[in-house]
Design a protein around this ligand. Structure first.
Ligand code: NAP
Ligand code: ZN
Ligand code: ZN
Length: 351
C-alpha cells in the first residue's frame, strides 16, 4: 500500500476536506496514474450528499480524470511511466459476463467497479476517485488521450462526453436528424457540441435565458426557453431524438410531446426523485422513453478519438481543490460555464 492525498466527504452533511488514505501497490495488470486534472460532475455532488442513498463514506469523488502514468504492473506492455492517460467512471468489471464480453462494461451484470463508491472486484472495498493525487486502475480501463487537445478540457469528456456521445450514436444522431438536448450544464454542453459535430440539427432546451448566446456558440442551431409554453408548443412532434441531462425534478411529458412517431427521449440526468410519465405521452405516436449509462470502454476511446479529430474539448472553469464547495453551490444554481475542472497541483501535499 502507498499513501495518497485527496479530498473526501466524511458524511452527507459535512463539506469536503483534505483526506489521507492508502491505495494498493500495482498488481500485474494495474496502471498507476498521477492525476493532473479532474472534472466535477453533478454525480459527484449527488453522491457526496447521499442523494441516491447508497454512498459509502469516506467518499472521495471524481471520475473525469486525466493524468500521467507513474508505474505499471509486469504484464502491462503498452503503457509506461510518463505517458498521458485518462480514466472515466469505471476502474474494473467482471470482464466475463455477456455485457462485458460485448464491450458494454457499464452494464456488467455482477456490477462494474465504479471509480469511486466501489465496490472493488474481489474485495468489495470502497473505491476512491479522482479528487486525489494518484489512482490505480486495471489496464483495460485506462484510455488514450488524443494528441493536440487541451488536457484540462479533455477531463470532462470522460463522463460528460461519453454519457452524451453514447446515446447520440445509439439513437442515430446525424445529418437530417433533429436532436434536442435538455439542459446546458456539463453533460448538456457536451451533447450540443457532439450532436453538432455528428451533423445533426441541434435544439437546446434551457431554463436559463442567459445561456442562449453560449448555446449557439457551442453548436446549437436553435435555443428554446423551456419555461415558455408557446415556444415549447412550436416544437411539437418534430424531434427524432431528445437527450435529457437535467439533474433535478422537471416535467418530461413536455419533452415526450415534442417527439415524432416512434422516436425516443433518452434520460441521462439522474434526479433523486422519480420523473412521472403520463401514459398517453408514449401511447400517442408510439414513443419511447429510454435511459443510458455512460458508455463502454471501446466506445469511450472512440469518443475521445472523435473529439481529437474534431478538436472538441469541454468549456471549463479551472478551480483549486479548496474551492470545491463553492463550485457545488454554483452547480446547484445551474451556474456552471460549463464544467468545473480541479487543477490537482492545488492539492495540499501533506493533507
Ligand atoms: P449540471 O452541470 O449541473 O447540469 C444540469 C443542467 O440541468 C443545469 O445546468 C440546468 O441547465 C438544468 N437544470 C438544473 N436544474 C433544473 C431544473 N430544476 N429544471 C430544469 N432544468 C434544470 O449537471 P451534469 O454534470 O451535466 O449532470 C446532469 C445529470 O446527469 C446529473 O443528474 C448527473 O448525476 C447525471 N449523470 C448521469 C450519467 C449517466 O450515465 N446517465 C452520467 C453523468 C451524469 P439550464 O440552465 O440550461 O436549464
Ligand atoms: Zn459523471
Ligand atoms: Zn461483467
Amino acid at each position: 500500500m502507498f499513501q495518497c492525498t485527496g479530498y473526501a466527504a466524511q458524511t452527507a452533511e459535512t463539506p469536503l476536506a483534505p483526506f489521507r488514505f492508502e491505495r494498493r501497490e500495482p498488481g500485474p495488470t494495474d496502471v498507476e496514474i498521477e492525476i493532473l486534472y479532474c472534472g466535477v460532475c453533478h454525480s459527484d455532488l449527488h453522491q457526496v450528499r447521499n442523494e441516491w442513498q447508497n454512498t459509502l463514506y469516506p467518499c472521495v469523488p471524481g471520475h473525469e480524470i486525466v493524468g500521467r502514468v507513474t508505474r505499471v504492473g509486469d504484464e502491462v506492455s503498452d503503457l509506461k511511466a510518463g505517458d498521458l492517460a485518462a480514466v472515466g467512471c469505471m476502474v474494473d468489471s467482471c470482464r466475463e459476463c455477456e455485457s462485458c464480453r460485448e464491450g458494454l462494461e457499464q452494464y456488467c451484470q455482477p456490477g462494474f467497479t465504479a471509480t469511486y463508491n466501489g465496490p472493488e472486484q474481489g474485495t468489495g472495498a470502497n473505491t476512491f476517485g479522482g479528487y486525489s493525487s494518484h489512482i490505480m486502475v486495471e489496464r483495460h480501463f485506462v484510455l488514450r488521450v488524443p494528441q493536440g487537445l487541451d488536457l484540462a478540457g479533455v477531463a470532462p469528456l470522460l463522463c460528460a462526453g461519453i454519457t452524451t456521445y453514447s446515446p447520440l450514436k445509439r439513437w442515430g444522431a446525424g445529418p437530417g436528424k433533429k436532436v434536442g438536448i435538455v439542459g446546458l450544464g456539463g453533460l448538456g454542453h457536451m451533447g450540443v457540441k457532439l450532436a453538432h459535430a455528428m451533423g445533426a440539427r441541434v435544439v437546446l432546451f434551457t431554463t436559463s435565458p442567459g445561456k442562449e448566446a453560449d448555446a449557439k456558440r457551442l453548436g446549437a442551431d436553435e435555443v428554446v426557453i423551456s419555461k415558455d409554453p408557446d415556444a415549447m408548443a412550436a416544437q411539437a412532434e418534430s424531434f427524432d431524438l431528445i437527450v435529457d441531462t437535467v439533474a433535478a425534478e422537471h416535467d418530461i411529458n413536455a419533452y415526450l410531446a415534442l417527439l415524432k412517431r416512434d422516436c425516443t427521449l433518452v434520460q441521462v440526468g439522474a434526479p433523486e426523485k422519480p420523473l412521472p410519465v403520463e401514459v398517453f405521452s408514449v401511447i400517442w405516436r408510439r414513443r419511447n422513453f429510454a435511459g443510458s449509462l455512460i458508455g463502454g470502454i471501446a466506445e469511450t476511446q472512440e469518443m475521445l478519438d472523435f473529439c481529437g479529430e474534431h478538436g472538441i474539448t469541454a468549456d471549463i472553469e479551472m478551480i483549486p481543490i479548496d474551492q470545491i464547495e463553492t463550485a457545488y453551490t454554483r452547480m446547484l444554481k445551474s451556474d456552471v460555464k460549463y464544467r468545473f475542472v480541479i487543477d490537482m497541483a492545488s492539492l495540499p501535499k501533506a493533507a
